[in-house]
Structure formats: structure tokens, C-alpha cells
Design a protein. Sequence first.
Length: 178
Amino acid sequence: MFAVAQPVPNKYHVDGNDDGEERNIEIRRKASKLNVFSVNYCNSCRVLKPLRAHHCKICRRCILRMDHHCPLLQVCVHHHNHKFFLLFLFWPCCLGIFVTVITLPYTFRTAYTLWLGGTLSSEHHLLNSAIMNAVVIAVSVGSLLKTQLQSLLSNRTTIEDSQLSFLDEDEMVRSVCL
């Protein structure tokens, strides 16, 4: 999960420190040499960004196939650790579902006791709160996992999904077809 993001390959680095026309010529020359049709240049890293690479403002570097920067883990989810991020979401979701299913008989027994007019002990309350936590984890992490899997199956990143949601239909067709 905490795999270090591999840097943009050296062949994409642009030489020269000046900010004038010479740098623009160097960028276009490097792009044509690499057969890059749309020139994306990162001023912070001074690198010609490959397709699907984005600059992370928090990590202060360009990341290959960056999905998003996870605020919970303080790491970028990218080409090299996306599988581990999906597993990181998958297992808590499975655990939440497992705990919920295993404790269903206890939940029904507790509800039946209350229906008959009985009282609950403090351990009943503790177990009920654990069950509610399992349900909340299963639902919330499961919805995030569902979103990530939809993006994965459509071969898009979260950043690309958010950019496509702001485009109108004609712009979307042009951005996908070109």
C-alpha cells in the first residue's frame, strides 16, 4: 500500500532552466521525439508529463497514473499501488459483512427479548454498538470500493472521472475519441 511512486522516466525530463521561448522549443522537440501528441508540461517538476500523469500538490511531484491522494493514508494512490488500495478497501468491507452476518442471530434474539419486555445488560449494549460499527464500516467502505471498482472497470482514474463529469457531451466525445 505504501509503495513509493516511481518517478517520471528520465526521457521525459526537459533540459534548460530558462523560462523563455527556448524552453518551449525544447518541450516541443522532446514531445515530438517521444511521439507525444498532446504536450502536458509540469512547471513545478520541469518534466514533460506522460499521458495520465498528474502533479500531486501534497507530495510535490508528478505521479504516473495518479488516481487520487488519500487523505486517510497520506499517500498517493497510483499505478504501482492501486491494487493494494483496492485490497485495503476490500478486506474491511468483507470483515464488516462477516461480523454483521455472524451476529444476526444475536441481534434477532436481543430484539425478541426487548419485544417480550426484558431488559438488556451493559454487554448487550456493547455488542449492539459493535454490530452497528460493523454495518457502518461495511456500507461506507463498500460504497467507496464500488466507486473504485467502477472506475477500474472503465479504465479511468478518480481524477479523470471528476474531469469528465464537468464536460458536456460534445466535449466528452472529443476527449475520449481524440
